[in-house]
Design a binder for this molecule. Structure first.
Ligand code: WTA
Length: 695
């Protein structure tokens, strides 16, 4: 049996004929080969695990709840939402949505009329219910031996101090605040402080280049930036503040002034305050400004549909999109998925290895676990430093119960010796999770057998920045897992698998993964560009949210995600738009044109393969290759650096001038025997040229 990948024939069939394309939606491209779901991959049986879910007795409970969640979303979510604090009750008909462009503006509303505050629900609620002394954040520095504990009361006090400072800068409800920080306690604190006063945070992963920081700051007009001095990742010290300085200079030249930059001195980076450049009047230190603030601050009760945060993510085309999430629905779904998928209960020690710079760090590090009252590990370092045993040392040290990571990390660990794992006591572990990309059977097996000793459930959670929370995911102990399958939809999620005409496929099959009706944490808009929002997600298939992923559904109704079907590649769980890398490459004066595709990479899942054609008279030597890679690093960030640069004297173009990525992908994957039809190429000779020219 094949383990869930769109076959080549199916995906060629699936390419929508041009004239039938609904509107401005990007054409779907061939599904990229994903490791998880390669047809050749053996289908593993998951070991039977003995896990008792604290809320669900079994499949029947799930089926019953799931049915109600789809048939009566307002009632289902309304009942769940009562578990949170609302300053003002929502209206009776609080839930509406429209996913059909023909029927008017695309919109989603949950808990309309209700007023709440997510930071209050994450912190104050627990303190008031007597859990103020429970550990909230357990911080582990990059270098072993340095750590920090903060209880719920202490975290709340710090959030209030920062909230007061933000207010003193004139930040009000609805204003955007940019955050550029490494994984310190201050990062979730910064997010919560914004939420407390109704400000909209925009966290920028502390690996983005100054250019990327500048464009994000300007897009949402953030007048205040919360930053940190520096960070050590593994052995490498990185000066973060100088990146911010450059970004603010760029912004300033482009006419946008950031008024204040609050800088958290990160002592664990090894550098003293004196080496950090501070601009008079603009830059101030966290440790001189914040401690003197009052540890209480008023809560801004916001409407359920008021924005909570913006998070930029890559799409098929153009610049990154500011995905906007609103408050009430996001809160309820973040809390509910955390509660059910990780079976998270107050005081559970939970560790999500993601960075708050990505959606996983928003929903499953900051908000979801704190809504559940869990004790959250915040890890500054890299899981393989100083040795590949670091993850399991931390698990042992804090007695972690739920551990949530990405397949790329599992793949990088599985090659480095099981003794690193087995030397550490992992008896505290109860649930293992993965996210970000399909998990290949080999990685699944190692995770299950070596880390979990065959005894732990694995939750392979499929979701996206846009979905805000888990969408298709196992529930531990509730239904059997199948390695490589994200299994069944979460409550309130109605997947539709459609063919190229948007017709829903019933039963087993392969197709494009869409969602039929709104779930509470549906992306509400792309900040400042509602048209692009409608075009990107809703114009492709009538009445449906289109995820950009392909999938297969088996005879048990289980979903197997096969990966992106658009020009987004997934490198170590990071979404990268090929168009962004291409435009970064062409910023180099010697690069005339570039085409970027993904290829299978043993650790990263996908690697970045760049074809470049150079200006007249230029040749690609090692020095130029390096410069091209540096151009991408400088413009996007190190994580987007191409792994392979292939000199393409001519790019493969059709007679109508379109780059034939399908063929470029085959060449990058060394599958030139399966190039398929190349008759529409303007110059078929280019294929041979590329093949003889491999780097
Ligand atoms: C991929 C990360 C297979 C998918 C939460 C999706 C996955 C993209 C899984 C979103 C999974 C995420 N199995 N693929 N369990 N989880 N993906 O926005 O292609 O950074 O569209 O959100 O990651 O990436 P994003």
């Amino acid at each position: 049996r094949s383990a869930g990948r769109l076959s080549e024939a199916a995906l060629n069939r699936s390419l929508p004929p041009k004239k039938e394309q609904a509107c401005r939606c990007q054409p779907l491209r061939a599904v990229q080969k994903t490791m998880a779901a390669a047809v050749e991959a053996p289908v593993l049986e998951a070991p039977a695990v003995d896990y008792k879910h604290s809320l669900l007795a079994g499949r029947e409970d799930y089926d019953k709840m799931y049915k109600r969640s789809i048939e009566d979303p307002a009632g289902f979510w309304g009942d769940i939402a009562k578990g949170y604090h609302w300053e003002q009750q929502w209206e009776d008909d609080h839930h509406n949505h429209n996913f059909d462009v023909a029927a008017g503006r695309i919109s989603t509303e949950f808990f309309k009329g209700g007023r709440t505050n997510i930071a209050y629900n994450c912190l104050d609620r627990h303190v008031q219910e007597g859990r103020g002394d429970v550990d909230c954040l357990l911080w582990e520095a990059n270098d072993p031996g340095t750590d920090r504990r903060m209880t719920y009361s202490e975290t709340l006090a710090e959030v209030c101090r920062l909230a007061n400072w933000l207010r003193a800068q004139g930040i009000k409800k609805g204003d955007a605040v940019a955050i550029y920080m490494p994984m310190l306690c201050e990062l979730p604190i910064a997010m919560l402080a914004c939420a407390r006063i109704g400000a909209v945070h925009s966290v920028i992963f502390a690996g983005f280049s100054p250019e990327s920081i500048a464009s994000r700051i300007q897009d949402c007009k953030a007048r205040v930036v919360l930053a940190a001095s520096a960070v050590k990742r593994g052995k490498k010290a990185i000066d973060l503040k100088s990146m911010v300085d450059k970004a603010l200079d760029v912004s300033s030249k482009e006419g946008f002034e950031v008024k204040k930059c609050l800088v958290c001195h990160n002592a664990s980076s090894g550098s003293g305050k004196e080496v950090t450049h501070m601009k008079d009047g603009r830059d101030v230190w966290w440790d001189t400004e914040i401690p003197s603030q009052k540890p209480e601050s008023e809560v801004e009760w916001v409407h359920s549909e008021d924005p909570l945060f913006l998070l930029y993510t890559s799409g098929s085309t153009g610049k990154p999109k500011g995905v906007l999430h609103s408050t009430g629905g996001y809160m309820v779904m973040a809390g509910t998925t955390s509660r059910y998928v990780f079976d998270l209960q107050p005081g559970d020690v939970y560790w999500c290895t993601a960075d708050c710079g990505w959606i996983t760090g928003h929903t499953y590090l900051t908000y979801g676990p704190l809504l559940c009252g869990a004790t959250n590990v915040v890890f500054e370092g890299t899981p393989t430093y100083p040795t590949p045993a670091r993850s399991w040392q931390v698990v042992e040290k804090f007695k972690v119960k739920q551990y949530y990571t990405a397949p790329t990390l599992i793949r990088s660990l599985l090659g480095s010796g099981n003794e690193h794992v087995t030397a550490h006591d992992r008896s505290s572990l109860k649930i293992l999770g993965t996210v970000g990309e399909p998990i290949n059977p080999e990685a699944w097996k190692w995770y299950s057998e070596v880390v979990g000793e065959g005894k732990l459930p694995i939750v392979d959670t499929w979701w996206q920045t846009e979905t805000g929370a888990h969408m298709i995911t196992p529930l531990p102990g509730v239904f059997p897992a199948k390695p490589g399958s994200a299994t069944l939809p979460f409550f309130g999620v109605a997947p539709a698998m459609v063919n190229e005409h948007g017709h829903e496929i019933q039963g087993p099959g392969e197709g494009y993964l869409c969602i039929k009706q709104a779930w509470p944490s549906t992306i509400r808009t792309i900040f400042g560009d509602h048209d692009r929002y409608e075009t990107t997600y809703f114009a492709g298939f009538k009445g449906l949210y289109f995820s950009g992923d392909g999938c297969r559904r088996d005879e048990d109704g289980y979903y197997w995600i096969t990966g992106r079907v658009d020009d987004v590649i997934n490198v170590s769980g990071h979404r990268i738009g090929t168009a962004e890398v291409e435009s970064a490459l062409t910023l180099h004066p010697k690069c005339a044109e570039a085409a970027v595709v993904g290829y299978e990479h043993p650790i990263k899942g996908q690697g970045i393969y760049a074809y470049v054609s150079l200006r007249e008279g230029e040749a690609l030597d090692d020095a130029l290759k390096k410069e091209l890679v540096m151009t991408v690093r400088g413009n996007i960030g190190a994580f987007a650096a191409p792994d392979v640069v292939h000199w393409a004297p001519g790019l493969l173009k059709t007679r109508s001038g379109k780059i034939m990525r399908r063929v470029l992908r085959k060449i990058a994957s060394k599958e030139e025997s399966q190039l398929g039809d190349t008759s529409t190429l303007a110059d078929p000779g280019v294929v041979d040229q590329l093949l003889s020219n491999r780097p």
